[in-house]
Design a binder for this molecule. Sequence first.
Ligand code: BEZ
Ligand code: FE
Length: 288
Amino acid sequence: MQLVTEDNITALAQERWATAKDPRTAQLMTALVRHLHDFAREVRLTEAEWMAAVRWLTATGQISDPKREEFILASDVLGLSMLVVQMNHRFSPGATPATVLGPFHIDGSPELGFGGDMSDDVTGTPLYVTGTVRSLDGSPVPGAVLDVWQADAEGAYEAQLDVDEARLRAKYRAREDGAYCVRTIAPKGYSIPMDGPVGELIGQTAISHFRPAHVHFLLTAEGHEPLITHLFEEGAEYLDSDVVFGTKQELLVRFEHREPGTAPDGTTCDVPWIEARYDFVLQPCAQH
Ligand code: BEZ
Ligand code: FE
């Protein structure tokens, strides 16, 4: 019989978890045990601190529901989500980089035509995001689907509101020449939800709890890797302190202010509007 000591407990726990039937689960769990034990030893974790962590995890679970993903938020502010994105989407140079999905994407957005307005009557300065969807070799990707979503001027996503209809989200399809045109409103920087356990922890630090102004995109096209990304307004506040580490130089877009007149989809915009031009470049799947 092998009795448990402070010195052998890590090896014993790893041995047990190494029995997982799936080899990858065994690898993940033994490494997790090793890192958790190393962490506890390094900081000499007290029982009170351990219990505080348990209570925090419990609260994070209790506040979560399909519309409030507090664990994703926790992963985001720890930089873990972005690390996982970067390791799993090492696209070729020239391809548009991926960034975090975030907790506010909703499946099944309605499809709009070229230049269709996804803002309906939500107030804000009209913003046209236009350009092309291309493959790494420069050829257009006709039929690429752009699933687009964003927050309103108060920083609220549809998922955070009690609304019946799609709000500030839509799907668009690239034309034969790869061209796409999204009509929305200019996004603003906003705070992540601060009324839960993640906000409570961030409030104990000097961390900025804001994200820079951005629009979310999920692009899918046959023969290409799906691309989850954002476009950020060049020069926006919080670009260098994004609380979820999501910004990238390649994703900054100039917001050009335009006078009333002809919009990129050929319609007339009778108030001042903003144009953001961006060409997405998709990574072909490995076998293509
Ligand atoms: C977002 O951009 O929607 C987002 C991403 C991560 C955490 C919170 C919000
Ligand atoms: Fe966002």
